[in-house]
Write a protein that binds this ligand. Structure first.
Ligand code: FE
Ligand code: FE
Ligand code: ZN
Length: 276
């Protein structure tokens, strides 16, 4: 069974996202916890959250992914910016307890000239502050394209962060196909890339994938997503990703430039290419 979904708007609440997912043939989805630029989050309606959990159970959903605002930077050189990231993460994780057992994905951060070592140290510090051994959410570090001073475009950088965190049993990784391509890891040589991931991070830590084509070539460090089959990765290579024995049980989430109809078509396309 292929678990696949896409990024959805959270503006109408939890249950609405579940229903939208069903209407486009999805059995997982991703949403921003608040405006992607940060700012205040809407109050959670506990009954709305409970209704989503019921819907997910009835329809055998895979875990869903909450995405942190992508502008937050726990590796910033500015203490106020780091504090803001920390408070937002902590608040998001508190809110995720209304939908326990799911995933919270974030971009590790950009070191903005301080260097990778300093950036990693700051990210570890933030994670050690916000992770609570009593929480029911797995926090995922996303593999990055390596645009600007982004941390996490190399697998060993993710591993160094994970190793530095006290409660790293609460951590995992989300592999974004556009990002790893742009970072220079070949998806054509998928076995090689996954072997490298396994050696440097460990395949059991991989909890979800973002399935995107890329507008740019291998190693371009750009991060521009393309619809499936309209980028440099291509449909066949992405079909190999969803069918790989080490990956095929994981939730896949589309973040391609699309409206709902486009997402429904891509979900149908990928379901058609999946081998049970
Ligand atoms: Fe992301
Ligand atoms: Fe992504
Ligand atoms: Zn991206």
């Amino acid at each position: 069974m292929l678990h696949i979904g896409c990024h959805l708007s959270s503006s109408n609440g939890f249950e609405a996202m579940g229903k939208t997912a069903l209407s486009i043939g999805a059995d997982t989805f991703q949403f921003f916890t608040r405006n992607p630029r940060g700012g205040r989050a809407k109050e959670i309606d506990p009954q709305d959250a409970a209704r989503l959990l019921t819907l997910m159970k009835e329809h055998h959903f895979a875990p869903i992914i909450a995405h942190a605002p992508y502008t937050l930077n726990p590796a910033s050189a500015d203490a106020k910016t780091r504090d803001f990231a920390l408070m937002t993460f902590a608040d998001d994780l508190k809110r995720m307890e209304y939908v326990p057992g799911n995933l919270y994905n974030f971009h590790p951060g950009s070191h903005v000239g301080q260097g990778i070592d300093k950036g990693i140290e700051l990210i570890i510090h933030t994670l050690n502050e916000i992770l609570d051994p009593k929480q029911h959410t797995t926090v995922l570090l996303e593999t990055m394209a390596g645009k600007g001073s982004e941390i996490g475009s190399r697998f060993d950088e993710l591993k160094r962060i994970i190793d530095g965190v006290t409660h790293n049993e609460l951590l995992g990784v989300c592999l974004d196909t556009c990002h790893v391509n742009d970072a220079g890891y070949s998806l054509v040589k998928l076995d090689e890339t996954l072997t490298q991931f396994d050696k440097q991070v460990g395949l059991p830590l991989l909890k979800a994938l973002h399935i995107n084509d890329s507008l740019n070539p291998l190693g371009s460090h750009k991060d521009r997503h393309a619809p499936i089959g309209q980028g440099t990765i291509g449909t066949q290579t992405l079909a190999n990703v969803i069918n790989h024995p080490a990956l095929k049980h994981l939730p896949f989430c589309l973040e391609t430039p699309n409206n709902l109809d486009g997402y429904a078509r891509e979900i149908k396309l990928l379901r058609g290419l999946y081998r049970e």
